[in-house]
Design a protein around this ligand. Sequence first.
Ligand code: NAD
Length: 493
Amino acid sequence: MKQYQHFIKGEYVDPIGGQWIDTLDPYTGQAWARIPRGCAQDVDRAVQAASHALREGPWATMTATQRGKMMLKLADLVTTHTERLAEIEVRDNGKLMAEMRGQVNYHPEWWRYFGGLADKIEGSVMPIDKPDIFAFTRHEPVGVVGALTAWNSPLLFIAWKCAPAIAAGCTVVLKPSEFASASTLEYMALTREAGFPDGVFNVVTGLGHETGAALVDHPDVAKITFTGSDATGARIYAQAAKSMKRVALELGGKSPNIVFADCDLDKAAAGVISGIFAATGQTCIAGSRLLVQNSIKDQFTEKVAKLGATARKGNPMLPDTNIGPVTTPAQYKKILDYIDIAKSEGARCILGGGPATSQDLPGGQFVEPTIFTDVTPQMRIAREEVFGPVLSIIGFEDEAEAIKMANDTIYGLAAGVWTENTGRAIRMSAALKAGTVWVNTYRAVSYMMPFGGMKHSGIGRESGFEAIRGFLETKSTWISYAQGAPANPFIMR
Ligand code: NAD
């Protein structure tokens, strides 16, 4: 069984405490590798390496153009390792090879986009309203960044978090999820090959409340960027406040997919299925609430259920599998518990509704793609994030009711709208309290499009130009070139 090591200061090193954690293949249910169980001393070692790289040595003196070129080199290197990296992700999180291959293929675009931006972070010279003053702003790296990631797309999260951070000139200590750390550790060899100086990238693996908490508490970490559940996000936000860290949070959701009677029903049905059953529903943007106009509710429900029933469960490595296993035993139990809660609250199950068992599903962590109808907005299944393949269907009468229902949630990550009416599309996009609104499509992301949540779905945006701002501090410099007598010291200039 492969035994991984932390990656600190350009080297793979054993954990100081000499402890490892088994990492399981969700399809077989068997341990396939071991990752270090990092302690506070490991975290301190990594943060010191990152701090040192930030202050001294080649990274500190490198030009932004040189940084950008290194990022482009990393992008090219990733393209030569796509298959291997995607396979590791599938072994760790059980998501489909087709999906993970697609993500790793697309991942270099973040390095290219932000690599190109590295030397375009410009300050301003101000036409300052004071005599004899030359005033300008500059944008400096915020410092050492602690990046904590979730298990569902570890490599994509490296790109989303590290590409803007590195373009800004920061150094990074990553703490991937204990359920899917292997790909992040393997990836570090590529950063070394691309020429990044020691200490610019570091990875410490381990448990959230041990390794993750030590990273959030570390006094030399300037910013935490986190992807995970809202419960952990809130804990981290409170903890980080004690040392006044900058914080960006990418959290969960209960996203509505809103289907109007005037849409193309076949396209909408495909979008709804993709929103909830792709990645076995284990995505932050899962469209787990289907709000459908009452006049087409029965017809559309039947269409969605029919399409959902065609989803093939199986080995995530195989190209014709649509639904892979659930990633962790705890998540598997949570999904089944929510299915029971929905039934006990009076929702009607029209597809699936329990564990999926057959000889082709050896590991046991499979859930049937599940659809509930007769759901009311007050039921827990309509309000809480399940993070699994469970869809709730709720009817609405008109646009106003759809908006009210869609926004009646603590979350605000994403929303889908299906309509052929352009005016309605624009009105809905303005009225929905969500960081992303997709109209007649769903689950699309891009390196150039800001992504993030409103309300309990998070703070800050990843991707797009504005993501880089989150890793910069603005400094204002005033230089007096006044001649003659000193200014009056008792009044503000
Ligand atoms: P999680 O909150 O359990 O863990 C996320 C990370 O935080 C892991 O690395 C974990 O080890 C660490 N962690 C846990 N407790 C910690 C603590 N006390 N201090 C510091 N670190 C700690 O989330 P998960 O189960 O890995 O991921 C699923 C969640 O992530 C879902 O809620 C999903 O919606 C969300 N998510 C959000 C996005 C987004 O971009 N908005 C993307 C993917 C997943």
